[in-house]
Design a protein around this ligand. Structure first.
Ligand code: GTP
Ligand code: SPV
Ligand code: MN
Length: 618
């Protein structure tokens, strides 16, 4: 018997429910404790079955919280519209509650863990009244894999349950591993919109329940997450940024591995040799696109392993092995089209949840950049009528798709390899209109860590704030590092010592440099395969370089430009290393480092001094 066969609240349903879930005492005790605090009407132990997902989907459609898309165009696919005040990560409401403030560091919001716990107890008291509480067991990475980790998310959002079912390996098998004694991380989420108010009155349900007061709280010492008030993406799918980066980065520091905001790909050369590459770019700066790249150069193949997060550990042979801990893609919709990312477009053929995109009259979805021709009539992401003259985007700039990784037509056969894949090269990038060349190779691991630590990037719509503003985003981890950023750099320096000769080569890339007229100098997307070819050439020990103060740049002719229409002037600008601007960057880097005091690794200070010296003498 499954939960759906019986009426809720009956004796039969209680019996059915007690047959579900887990016998693990610690997990049961935690669920009881949270239920006592949040006071839901009922508790559902999720099993991750298709049946369960179908029921939840039907329920959400019936409640008007999901719109079923026309199955003729988009089978088993749905549109969710969030509250317009709940559309992105909220960095100023994200807290790292380590015991000591210095351990959170100057780039995180720190709060005393004891005070925060007290505050959260008030906030969560009765927060699930009138709602169902779901217990969602999940594995990050293949079940039982040596790099994988388990977690449980308690949530009162069925949208979160469905999304977690796509984004993680969610289901019963995780309970069995927990019962066998595997460690697991506690994550708690409430949309913060109880259906019964403080004095016991019923409150009307809304399409997207959320709360203007939000808390995204990580307790790194006890490896716990408490999230309140948002139903959106990285705020609510706690396995993703909160666990797989903020908490996992702390676990990685303590246990000698790396938890990174990186895509993973396999590249195969015309000669049939395969390489694995990891790349860190800030939010909405091209990870999904590079992960699904289709090379424009003949004979090359790129296959997808992950598009957002990589967990990496030294393997028995001393090399660095990586897994994609996720099982799906939560990708940026705008800008995803046939010409830019045909692979993503094909991945989204069905079984997809779209959030905050526009709706076509024929019951399919649309967003800016999906097609060259703009539909004459749409319903915009807020549910309002829209025409091309409306003067506002039809889809929210941070609208997203949620889809299983296995649906990607170019998913790599080793994407869910139990032991991960060996990494040959690591790329760091950002969105920089000026200064940073298309590609530069680090002279050493330490120089590579310096490149990662000093990345700045223009802000995007993925988080609340001013789009376009330049900010430091070291390793693309600024919003995601669960501890002191300078200690994190130190951890990277240390990992270089552990890996020694086996350490992957490190590169810096920038697809976003602009000319004087404000347009991109480099065509990007599939043409980025030319840069990958050069990087593979370097890994193989070939491809000529020019030594510059900032690193090794491709020598003339060593970057494959066959068949590409690009002017010599654009190329010169793409690779220009302007001495004065870089000296100015050095000053800014020194200022930036200063806030971390003596926690900045000596190796990075030495790299800065060396960069300055070479610029001054160039
Ligand atoms: P998160 O999911 O937020 O971590 O983002 P992401 O890093 O996966 O970014 P994504 O690949 O979704 O790209 C974000 C935006 O950058 C999209 O609008 C893309 O069209 C655009 N973009 C990606 N690659 C390129 C490129 O090579 N050149 C240019 N000009 N734009 C690009
Ligand atoms: C990002 O912002 O880097 C994302 C989307 O990948 S979210 O899951 O909201 O963090
Ligand atoms: Mn991301």
């Amino acid at each position: 018997m499954t939960i759906s066969d019986v009426a809720p609240g009956t004796e039969a349903s209680n019996r059915a429910r007690s047959e579900r879930g887990t016998t693990d005492q610690a997990l049961r005790a935690w669920v009881d404790e949270i239920a006592g605090l949040t006071k839901p009407d009922e508790i559902v132990w999720c099993d991750g079955s298709k049946h369960e997902a179908d029921l939840l989907t039907k329920q959400l459609v019936a409640e008007g919280k999901l719109i079923k898309l026309n199955p003729e165009w988009r089978p088993n696919s749905y549109l969710a519209r969030t509250d317009p005040r709940d559309v992105a990560r909220v960095e100023d409401r994200t807290f790292i509650c380590s015991t000591y403030e210095e351990d959170a560091g100057p780039t995180n919001n720190w709060r005393d863990p004891r005070e925060m716990r007290e505050e959260l107890k008030h906030v969560f008291d009765g927060s699930m009244k009138g709602r169902t509480m779901y217990v969602v067991p999940f594995s990050m990475g293949p079940l039982g894999g040596p790099i994988s980790q388990l977690g449980v998310e308690i949530t009162d959002s069925p949208y979160v349950v469905l999304s977690m079912g796509i984004m993680t390996r969610m289901g019963d098998a995780v309970y069995r591993l927990i019962e066998a004694g595997e460690p697991w991380v506690r994550t708690l989420h409430s949309v913060g919109y109880p259906l019964v108010d403080g004095v016991g009155h019923r409150r009307a349900e809304v399409e997207w329940p959320s709360n203007d007061t939000k808390y995204i709280v990580q307790f790194p010492d006890s490896r716990e997450i408490w999230s309140y008030g948002s139903g959106y993406g990285g705020n609510a799918l706690l396995a993703k940024k909160c666990f797989a980066l903020r908490i996992a980065s702390v676990m990685a520091r303590d246990e000698g591995w790396l938890a990174e905001h990186m895509l993973l790909i396999k590249i195969t050369s015309p000669g049939g040799k395969s390489y694995h590459v990891a790349a860190a770019f800030p939010s909405a700066c091209g990870k999904t696109n590079l992960a699904m790249l289709r090379p424009t150069i003949p004979g090359w193949k790129v296959e997808t392993i992950g598009d957002d997060i990589a967990w990496m550990r030294p393997g028995a042979d001393g090399r660095l092995y990586a897994i994609n801990p996720e099982a799906g893609f939560f990708g940026v919709a705008p800008g995803t089209g046939e010409t830019t990312n045909p692979t993503a477009v094909q991945t989204l053929w069905g079984n997809t949840i779209f959030t905050n995109v526009a709706l076509r009259p024929d019951g399919d979805v649309w967003w800016e950049g999906l097609t060259d021709t703009v539909p004459p009539n749409l319903t915009d992401w807020e549910g309002k009528p829209w025409t091309p003259d409306s003067g506002r985007p039809a889809a929210h700039p941070n609208s997203r798709f949620t889809v299983a990784a296995a649906q990607c037509p170019q998913i790599s056969d080793d994407w869910d390899a139990h032991d991960g894949v060996p990494i040959d090269a690591i790329l760091f990038g950002g969105r920089r209109a000026t200064n940073v060349p298309l590609v530069a190779e680090a002279r050493s691991w330490k120089h590579g860590v310096f490149m990662g630590a000093t990345i700045s990037s223009e802000k995007t719509a993925a988080a609340e704030g001013t789009v376009g503003e330049l900010r430091r985003d070291p390793f693309a981890m600024l919003p995601f590092c669960g501890y002191n950023m300078a200690d994190y750099w130190g951890h990277w320096v240390k990992m270089g010592r552990v890996l020694g000769e086996n350490a992957p080569k490190i590169f810096q890339v920038n697809w976003f440099r602009k000319g004087a007229d404000g347009s991109f100098l480099w065509p990007g997307f599939g043409e980025n395969s030319r840069v990958l070819e050069w990087i593979v050439g370097r890994v193989e020990g070939g491809a000529d370089t020019v030594d510059t103060p900032i690193g090794l740049l491709p020598a003339a002719e060593s970057l494959d430009l066959d068949g590409l229409e690009i002017t010599d002037d654009a190329l010169t600008q793409l690779f220009d290393v302007d001495r004065d601007s870089w000296l100015a960057e050095c000053d800014l880097t020194e200022e930036y480092f200063a806030q971390f005091g003596d926690r900045v690794p000596a190796a990075l200070k030495a790299e800065l001094a060396s960069l300055r010296y070479h610029l001054q003498h160039s």
